[in-house]
Write a protein that binds this ligand. Structure first.
Ligand code: SF4
Length: 538
């Protein structure tokens, strides 16, 4: 905020939408995507692990989605519910707070990661506990809660098997649903032998034995923990009910055994009613794990005397979400239900894995959500981590138009770069030149003729190295050799002759090459008359 000369800047917090703060949490990539991706691509084991895992989940998802006759209608319903939630977010959040509080819970509002971490740490300290058990939660990873708790003298134990593997391996999650997707079972065995206290030294990489070792390790934690920390998949505003869906039962243990339960939830996770929840409980399991329903769906509404946690808290987190909500295009990213279907179909993710994205949210949704939460210049390389093939949009259960958002973010980044530079970039100069050439048919035709010189540079239809300033293009991909004949020349040579013959045969006047309309070369319109045409440049 600027201040007029002579007027002291105000220290009043106006509560305007702000991006997620720097220096805390895991939303900002520490290095540009191409640098991290190159390292990932050089690791064949990683590529094998991720290719196999995403391929398996992809196939399962396709099978179970095909079983649902009204899948498209379900997707439309999910999208409509989420759009309604975002349009009425303040009202629904207040309703949730009122109902959750009336049921004996306590609601805390956190503007950003620092607020949320401080709130959770204070709540844990108030219980006298020095450790907590956690059920897998993207949002606590987003705010760096484990690090904040550790700095405050509290140990956080992940209880989801994949999160446990990541934590014991001093690693970072690489997938929002399968955080250890980059590890194979031999690697997991090594981690357990190295890091898990009391593990049987004869442990093999048999999946059942690995799971049994993890279960034994975690059971002791569940039985001793006095505090649990969870995320939430959904919150039902009409009753103040929170919900976690999971596959292993560790969530159920966290949500029922400890005396104190602290849930950290992004403010976009709402649904207005239980009927709306029904839609997502069908969409989510099929899209995420390729299951018909989640093995464990836990729901709780405040405190139930004598049953489960008696001290229940909900921390509602903004951390850049209202800034995204204020963005006409970016707000669609907040409709995400974190199913991970988009990353399982993404050809870029399949080759690089999640670490290359740097943010806790990888893959296509991460490439848009992270920049919208942090501001695009703090995650400027992520919108380019895509081939724009559109597979993510096809797979998304709530039809989030990720490709359009990627293009918009690229546009904003380019504009920001232009505004920050005194001189145009080579790319911008090239685009200005191309615009000048294409604005005039004569210049365009001359440029096409000149481009034929490029044929001398090519071999077998491809040019692998262009001179500067076009060398940037061929540094990562080949360019096609310009054709021997332009489309215009081809049209004049072939089509003019054909239309003349057609006209004679049908006894109709021959349309000239400038007739309006558009059709494929070589086709005739119904009734045998030659179609109107508008070939390239006509
Ligand atoms: S963007 Fe869509 S497909 Fe990707 S995680 Fe979110 S809901 Fe799932």
């Amino acid at each position: 905020m600027s201040a007029d000369a002579g007027v002291a800047p105000t220290a009043v917090d106006l509560g305007m939408p702000a991006y997620a703060p720097r220096g805390v949490g895991h939303l900002r990539a520490p290095e540009p995507f191409p640098v991290a991706a190159r390292r990932a691509l050089a690791d064949p084991q990683l590529r094998r692990n991720i290719g196999k895992a995403t391929g398996t989940i992809r196939d399962k998802r396709l099978r179970v989605v095909a079983e649902v006759p009204d899948w498209e209608q379900l997707r439309d319903a999910g999208k409509a519910v989420k759009a309604d939630v975002l349009a009425r977010l303040p009202e629904l959040l207040e309703q949730l707070e009122e109902r959750f509080t009336a049921a004996g819970g306590t609601v805390h509002w956190a503007r950003d990661a620092n607020d949320a971490n401080r709130t959770v740490l204070d709540l844990v300290r108030a219980t006298g506990a020095d450790e907590v058990v956690k059920v897998k939660s993207m949002v606590t990873d987003e705010i760096g809660l484990n690090e904040a708790l550790k700095a405050g003298g509290v140990a956080a134990w992940e209880t989801d098997l994949a999160e446990l593997i990541v934590q014991l391996g001093h690693d970072r999650p690489s997938h929002i649903l399968v955080p250890a997707i980059h590890r194979n079972r031999a690697e997991i065995r090594e981690i357990f032998l190295r890091e898990m206290a009391g593990v049987d030294p004869a442990l093999t990489d048999e999946p059942a034995l690995l799971a049994a070792a993890a279960r034994k390790h975690l059971r002791a934690k569940f039985l001793s923990a006095r505090v649990a920390v969870s995320g939430a998949n959904f919150a039902v505003a009409e009753t103040g009910t929170l919900s976690v869906v999971e596959s292993e039962g560790n969530g159920r243990m966290c949500l029922t055994l400890p005396r104190t339960l602290i849930t950290v939830m992004g403010i976009e996770k709402l649904v207005p009613t239980w009927r709306d929840l029904e839609v997502f409980l069908q969409l989510l399991p099929r899209s995420s794990t390729g299951e018909r329903m989640n093995p464990y769906t836990s729901m709780w509404t405040g405190v139930t005397p004598g049953d489960g946690p008696q001290d229940v808290h909900l921390v509602l987190l903004d951390n850049g979400r209202t800034a995204a909500l204020a963005d006409e295009i970016g707000r669609e990213a907040l409709q995400c239900i974190k199913c991970s279907a988009c990353m399982n179909v993404c050809p870029v993710y399949e080759r690089t894995g999640g670490h290359a994205y740097g943010s806790v949210y990888p893959g296509p949704i991460g490439a848009v959500l992270s920049p919208y939460l942090t501001g695009v210049e703090d995650n400027a390389s992520l919108p380019y981590a895509s081939s724009l093939c559109g597979a993510c949009l096809d797979a998304c259960p709530v039809k989030i138009d990720i490709p359009s958002m990627l293009v918009e973010l690229r546009h904003r980044h380019v504009e920001a770069q232009r505004d920050a530079r005194a001189l145009p970039t080579p790319e911008r100069a090239a685009m200005a030149a191309a615009s000048w050439v294409m604005a005039d048919p004569g210049r365009f035709a001359a440029a096409q003729r000149a481009s034929r010189v490029g044929r001398l540079l090519g071999r077998r239809g491809r040019i692998s190295s262009l001179p500067w300033p076009l060398s940037g293009w061929t540094s990562a991909r080949d360019a096609p050799v310009p054709p021997a004949e332009t489309a215009r020349a081809w049209w004049r040579r072939t089509r003019t002759r054909t239309t003349a013959a057609d006209g004679k045969a049908a006894g109709t006047p021959t349309p000239g090459p400038t007739a309006p309309g558009r059709t494929s070369p070589g086709r005739t319109a119904p009734g045998g008359t030659a179609p109107g045409t508008a070939g390239p440049g006509s």
